[in-house]
Write a protein that binds this ligand. Structure first.
Ligand code: SF4
Length: 368
């Protein structure tokens, strides 16, 4: 069983960069951030080896230990303790991972981090550095966006942090590394010794970004039973600024891809991976209603037999006609963030959304 986790890592030929997702994180979809970054780096002429250790570990463990991926279980555990719990529950797997990563020939190892796995990533990175101090360790993702998160990583475990959207700054870092140029001063990259907040410049035209690449992932590792899905982004950022939310701060401004580009990606994934289910990982799918409607029109016109779901923001101008069109285009799930049943609280946290908007946009039309 353990052999299956590490076969690809042991046998893969040498690449320029190794990208890793460690536990714990949602294991049923391939990590979209890594798929975007790896494709972008490849488009610049560098080869990438990907390892979703999180999914491998989850899929190769017994049902009893799978509970450590259950959000209701791990949300009760203080994040620093997650490192110790996983070390105790998966000692051989984690030790083997550290040894293999330290021995692999790739000089650059990038970790995709989030609020759940950043402490684990920091521990693993520190252990790699102890065994092979030549490795250049880079953290990216929401787990290192904020200064307090970066300050909480183990000293000496990370060389550079990518702040904000990672494609361009990480590709520039890789390019500078292989061309022998300085790694300092790249917009969106800060070294572990720097004490500042410097976010990458958001890519304004999202159609410029190549489709994310899932070839390196073992897609059999994901999904529930036969219902395999791929994550997809139609937009980045959000049109709202809820006071409790950090997502809009990390991803703004709101930008949406052209409907033609989105549907071309859907067709590409259908053909390339034989996938019919998509999880729109946008903060919201209804930031631009005209584009959302055009996406639905194209899916219907092209008779694409797909199912998809997404998050959405409550807005009073979501018409029944649009919701019906979304359903016709394969939308099976919309998750609304209702947040509160009090107009006073809604006004405080969301600024301008009122209960009648929530009712108009989410409850009344769906009832029909
Ligand atoms: S609508 Fe959602 S993503 Fe947008 S700011 Fe509010 S909570 Fe954040």
């Amino acid at each position: 069983m353990k052999k299956a986790i590490f076969t690809s890592l042991r046998e893969a030929p040498s690449q320029h960069v190794l990208l890793v997702m460690v536990h714990p994180w949602y294991p049923l979809l391939p990590p979209l951030g890594l798929a975007y970054v790896s494709r972008f780096i490849r488009s610049k002429g560098y080869n990438v080896l990907l390892l979703d250790f999180n999914a491998k570990l989850y899929n190769n463990c017994d049902p009893e230990r799978k509970k450590f991926w259950d959000i209701s279980t791990i949300s009760r555990i203080p994040y620093p303790q997650l490192v110790e719990i996983f070390k105790e529950k998966f000692p051989e797997e984690i030790e083997t991972l550290i040894s293999l990563l330290a021995e692999r020939p790739e000089p650059i190892i990038g970790f995709s981090t989030n609020y759940l796995n950043v402490k684990v990533a920091s521990y693993i990175a520190r252990m790699i550095k102890e065994r092979n101090s030549d490795k250049l360790i880079v953290f990216g993702g929401p787990g290192c966006f904020w200064e307090h998160d970066r300050k909480s990583v183990i000293p000496g475990s990370v060389d550079f942090f990518v702040i904000g959207e990672g494609e361009k700054p990480f590709a520039e870092l890789v390019d500078n590394f292989y061309k022998g140029r300085s790694l300092e001063g790249i917009i969106g990259i800060i070294s572990s010794s720097e004490d500042k907040q410097g976010r990458s410049s958001p890519i304004m035209n999202l159609d410029e970004i190549p489709f994310p690449d899932f070839r390196e992932f073992d897609l059999k590792d994901y999904g529930c039973g036969e219902a395999r899905a791929l994550p997809l982004l139609t937009s980045r950022g959000c049109i709202s600024k809820c006071s409790f939310c950090v997502d809009h701060m990390m991803c703004n401004p709101f930008r949406m891809r052209s409907p033609e580009h989105v549907v071309a990606e859907i067709e590409h994934h259908m053909k390339e991976y034989n996938i019919r289910n998509f999880s729109f990982n946008d903060l919201l799918c209804n930031g631009d209603l005209k584009k959302l409607e055009r996406i639905c029109d194209l899916i219907i016109e092209k008779k694409l037999d797909i199912k998809w779901g997404s998050y959405a923001v409550a807005r009073g101008d979501m018409s029944l006609e649009l919701l019906q069109k979304m359903k016709q285009a394969g939308c099976t799930t919309i998750c609304y963030g209702i947040e509160s049943g009090s107009n006073r609280v809604l006004k405080m946290i969301m600024g301008c959304i009122f209960l009648n908007h929530l009712m108009l946009s989410s409850l009344f039309p769906l009832k029909n």
